[in-house]
Design a protein around this ligand. Sequence first.
Ligand code: ATP
Length: 243
Amino acid sequence: MAACSTRRAPMLEIDGLTARYGRAQILNGVSLTLGRNEVVALLGRNGAGKSTTMKSVMGLVRQTGGSIRLDGTNILGRASHLICRAGIGYVPEDRRIFGELTVEENLEVGRRPAREGAPHWSADHLFQLFPNLAERRQNLGKQLSGGEQQMLSIARTLMGNPALVLLDEPSEGIAPVIVEQMANVISELKREGLSVLLSEQNLHFAREVSDRAYIIEKGTMRYEGDFADLDARPEVSAQYLAV
Ligand SMILES: Nc1ncnc2c1ncn2[C@@H]1O[C@H](COP(=O)(O)OP(=O)(O)OP(=O)(O)O)[C@@H](O)[C@H]1O
């Protein structure tokens, strides 16, 4: 009798991805796997290709080859809104919130129907997770600090009930106390059952919240492993990260 495999596909599987901006080849065959309910860090210096990898997953840059599978289905070439609808939430580096809308209204804009197999978020639940936003729920987006805007950007994405979230440098440019809160939020997302791909330059932050790491440099993967292994090979961090 044929063996029946019960193995489920990984949440996200990027294989041999190549992408370009105009004539410039930026990703040279990037491969990365994110398991269900895993938090994985994509580390690298400025300009290494972290954002481009995330934008490729979201269908926002021109991919020239490879495959991107979400739960076993190839999504490469799909329109961005369909990729969101398939269950991927994307929080870009530049915090796209609506400055003229209140915190509550920003959350409403992000509301989508509940999704099977993904945590369901309400505004009340999110205000528990982000107490700073709860205090400022009637404030306009433009009145928030950079860190609060970053939190709001994440909260609004969660209102779409994604199964997987791409966070592009969530700790960048925010006050240390907010970075600590951000780490707690990511740990809570994992507890809620989400899968998270996190782009980071901050190794300390990434280590605190992630299960494993990849390091990218010049559009090529240079390392894949856990943080204990990375710590045992300081030459890798020295070569590819700004530590
Ligand atoms: N719109 C664009 N047009 C042309 N080149 C771009 C564009 N966006 C990024 N690049 C180039 O692509 C390369 C990878 O950039 P990317 O933004 O993916 O890096 P990153 O690792 O996310 O770093 P950062 O922390 O600076 O965002 C860089 O050389 C960058 O200059």
